[in-house]
Design a protein around this ligand. Structure first.
Ligand code: PAF
Length: 285
């Protein structure tokens, strides 16, 4: 496994791989790797000849008050973990390499980037779309792998790929969970012991929604109320948002439709730590 730090070198390695007829899989990450990322790498390993994992804490997707400075960074550990999944290259550029002096170009996926996570984190998806676009240009992968835990990110990236006719197929991996249902996230390390216990409330609320839905409930208001009650009963949890939307424009739905996929998503604070989770009713994103 080779660690590449310069975009110019990554471009030339990827170009040679393509010229040799290799199928390239890219797993974009911000490091702090956990089993969710590693599962995507294993999936990429099965589908591709060459697996490239990027590790880059992207400054443009953090708002000023967010945790950019404190975001966990340990490239040596990430490289060891990626090595266990037979990743061929780690692309770990510096911020200056991705955003050199005078950088001016950003991608904005309208509407989708303003809702849910986007409403709570203005500018976040502009940063995500821009860096993912840039990674695609550098690596030119055949397949790129993203986790379903960041459902809005997946929906936004798929939209960008379609709108800009980008030559890459997006593969969505399942959300990987702890035994008690908490979705794996690099931010889980910020939780205190009590907050960690309380954090199962996201999964409990979503499962309540799923079981009511399977019991025939289709009214979004009643589904939202049932979930809200579970979250509000947890003293350490502070609900940021809770929504039932379509999976195209993230438009709120008043009645869950019988045929099209519907996203149930939420963000909840535990102290300063903000966790997200979701389920998709009626299909996939
Ligand atoms: O999901 C993430 O870790 C990031 O948003 C991504 C896709 C690597 C872009 O920085």
């Amino acid at each position: 496994m080779e660690i590449i730090n310069r975009a110019t070198r990554m471009v030339s390695v990827a170009r040679d791989l393509r010229a040799d007829g290799k199928i390239i899989g890219l797993v974009p990450t911000m490091g702090a790797l956990h089993e969710g990322h590693l599962a995507l790498m294993s999936q990429a390993r099965e589908m591709c000849d060459t697996v490239i994992a990027s590790v880059f804490v992207n400054p443009t997707q953090f708002a000023a008050h967010e945790d950019l400075a404190h975001y966990p960074r340990d490239l040596a550990r990430d490289a060891e973990l990626a090595f266990t999944r037979n990743v061929d290259y780690i692309f770990a550029p510096t911020p200056d390499d991705v955003y050199p002096n005078g950088y001016k170009t950003y991608i904005n996926v309208e509407t989708i980037s303003e809702r849910l996570e986007g409403a709570a984190r203005p500018g976040h998806f502009r940063g995500v779309a821009t860096v993912v676009n840039k990674l695609f240009n550098i690596v030119h992968p055949h397949f790129a792998f993203f986790g379903r835990k960041d459902a809005q990110q997946v929906i936004l990236i798929k939209r960008m790929v379609k709108d800009l006719v980008m030559d890459v197929e997006i593969v969505v991996g399942p959300t990987v969970r702890e035994e008690d249902g908490l979705a794996l996230s690099s931010r889980n390390v910020y939780l205190s012991t009590d907050e960690r216990k309380a954090a199962t409330v996201l999964r409990r609320a979503l499962e309540k929604c799923r079981s009511l839905y399977h019991g025939g409930e289709r009214d979004s208001g009643r589904l939202l109320n049932a979930m809200r009650a579970i979250i509000e009963a947890e003293p350490l949890a502070r609900l940021d948002y809770l929504a039932i939307t379509d999976t195209t424009n993230l438009e709120a739905v008043t009645t869950v439709p019988y045929v099209s996929p519907t996203l149930v998503s939420m963000a909840v604070f535990f102290g300063k730590t903000r966790l997200i989770d979701n389920i998709v009713l009626n299909g996939e994103i």
